[in-house]
Design a protein around this ligand. Sequence first.
Ligand code: PLP
Length: 420
Amino acid sequence: MKAIEEVLQEVAERLKDNYPYGHPLYAGQMLKPPHEVARRAYELALHINPNNHALDGGRASSAMEKDAVAALARMIGWDTHLGHLCSGGTMANLEALWIAGQLHPGKTILASTQAHYTHQRIAGVLGLPFEAISCDRRGRMDIPALERRLASGGVGTIVATLGTTATGAVDPLAGLVELRSRYDFRIHADAAYGGYFLLADNLEDGTKLAFESIREAASAVIDPHKHGLQPYGCGCVLFRDPSVARLYRHDSPYTYFTSDEMHLGEIALECSRPGAAAVALWATQRMFPLERGGEFAKGLAAGRTAALELYDRLRRDGRFVTGSPPELDILVWAPHAKRISDASDLSRRIFAEAARRQLHLAIVTLPVGLVDVQDMQRDGDTIVCLRSVLMKPEHREWVDRIWSILDEATTAAGVRGFTG
Ligand SMILES: *Cc1c(COP(=O)(O)O)cnc(C)c1O
């Protein structure tokens, strides 16, 4: 048998093959390092390794989960709720749509063309019809298109995305709520990535109104492992009406013995769940209460400010075209070229040149309509763009540095600025 130290040395060597996710020059995918308090609380709980399926397996951590989830429900503005943590946004959305499907059996689920791919797959798993509704130029669900679809009937649930994964667009949820006075459907808010922006104080009015309207939805998903400073394995599903608990009802001959109090496994689709994840979230919320104007909220606002600053520089520089102004902390852009296909090739080249200079961006393929392509020849329906998620509060201080590396990488990629 090898010594632990020896094995851990091998582990450390293997782990070197990664991007520097915690560094501000990692400005690519939706990756945000967990806060130290979350990591340390998680490690502490691991010494016990509680299982939040039943109170039998994790009394203290189940109580902490209920507290932490209640804080998220209060952030939405609900005074009643039912909810729990789960492995991530996919599982959380599955549970929300599973409940929605039980209440509207056989009816269609709608989401926008920019919604997370998970919704169509989940509808497949649940055996429910799924249709995508087109988006406006800013990547938000198009209300007139939605209303036309509603008028033809058979819709059970509409998924509103509050912060799309690709561009951070926020569906006009207030408009959906308004349609509910004329059509009968359920609203589910997928705020896996964007949910915490409820606390930010620097959103556009329309975006702010959409977030405030989450309280009118029947269910919502927020991922603490996206923006909430948690290690992976922490999503959250919330229902406004606690009586949906009846739809989870099942018997377990093995578990629910020690208490008549609710066991979280009685209201969750998963059985075993990590109590440590609940402990980490609870500890993080003790240190950073979910308050407008609080430290945590300022961090979210700083990310949006960083995105707006970088967006402004891109707009002022003739070498680039951009998507619409960032609603949250994601922005997309591409080099200005003669043809769309040239711009796509150059985006890939800039991505590689930036990475060689330690600036890590992401690339995303978008419908041409979401990008202000100016006079480029439209030789395709999609364009490959550079994408950056500026989700670390430090990003705000790093915009200059990010810009100067991007500038060099753009030159190195052979982009000279295209005129006419
Ligand atoms: C990330 C994301 C999901 C999926 O969540 P996971 O935690 O990755 O399973 C779903 N919807 C949206 C809007 C997301 O951003």
